[in-house]
Design a protein around this ligand. Structure first.
Ligand SMILES: [Zn+2]
Length: 287
């Protein structure tokens, strides 16, 4: 190597170093900031919290729950904060905090106008409970928190059919006060109708009625990354296995009436950090 080329090389390395230092300094010089997409949300919806100006994610609190924030391509951190469908309406706050900074934004949770459905169960049906195994496995699957965001754009409806029950309908059993709500959307369609993955993701659970899934019936659970999961219940056929990577539109099974079900339909749920939110939000908007 000639002296001139060594000098050129050194100069270009120095230039790269200076550029790197420059970007690092400007990122650190930016003041940390917490932003929300809205300060009012209904039960069953969610807030989008974004933090900019930090190199590592802060601790993020909403209604005494600590949430993991996920890094976005632009370097910011984001979390979709679920509002439970039975969350008492009122004032709450979102708080982002690290060792040197904190920011708090007051928020309002409002009542959704979902009706109360009175359900009368006979002794035999009310005695049917999810088995320990299906409960544990579903809970485990819904709490998946993958660092990688696997979906992009909007979700599609997983099946064509009649929407027989919307998300969030409040339920009272045998005359008792509202104790639960409908944690997804029901789509009624003939047995055998194809169910498609509404967005890309990774299958993390399949459960079978014949193997302990007595209430959920044949079940598929998909992880979409960044604490977003979706679940499909009462299926007839299951066409995927745990570990399968699915794309938007890929068949995952068919509609059936397995588990506790009064006729062929798909129950479709979308969860954020294990809390169900209205799946239609993901069909209407790209997050
Ligand atoms: Zn349902």
């Amino acid at each position: 190597m000639t002296t001139a080329s060594v000098a050129r090389k050194t100069a270009s390395i120095l230039l790269v170093l200076l550029l790197l230092l420059g970007t690092a300094r400007s990122a650190m010089a930016e003041k940390p900031d917490l932003a929300l997409d809205s300060t009012t949300r209904e039960q069953g919806e969610f807030f989008i919290a974004t933090v900019t100006g930090l190199d590592t994610p802060p601790r993020l609190w909403f209604d005494s729950t600590l949430y993991t924030m996920f890094r976005q391509p632009d370097g910011s951190f984001r979390a979709l904060l679920p509002v439970k469908a039975l969350q008492p309406p009122g004032r709450y706050a979102v708080l982002a905090i690290n060792d040197t900074w904190k920011e708090k934004i007051p928020v309002q949770v409002t009542l959704n106008d979902m009706p109360v459905q009175k359900i009368w169960l006979d002794k035999k049906t009310s005695g049917l409970r999810a088995t320990k195994d299906e409960k544990r496995r579903v809970k485990e699957g819904l709490s998946t928190r993958s660092e990688r965001k696997l979906w992009s754009g909007t979700f599609m409806m997983p099946a064509q059919g009649r929407k027989s029950s919307p998300f969030g309908v409040k339920r009272s059993y045998n005359g008792a006060p509202v104790s639960s709500y409908h944690k997804g959307i029901d789509i009624a369609a003939p047995q055998g109708t194809v169910i498609r993955s509404p967005a890309s993701g990774k299958v993390v659970l399949t459960g079978y009625e014949s193997k302990t899934f007595h209430v959920h019936g044949n079940t598929v659970l998909i992880d979409h990354g960044h604490a977003v999961t979706s679940i499909y219940l009462h299926m007839h056929d299951i066409l995927v296995q745990p570990g399968d990577i699915v794309s938007k539109g890929d068949p995952i099974g068919t509609i059936g009436s397995t588990g506790i079900s009064t006729g062929p339909h798909l129950h479709w749920g979308v969860y954020l950090y294990g809390t169900s939110v209205n799946p239609e939000l993901f069909v209407r908007n790209a997050y």
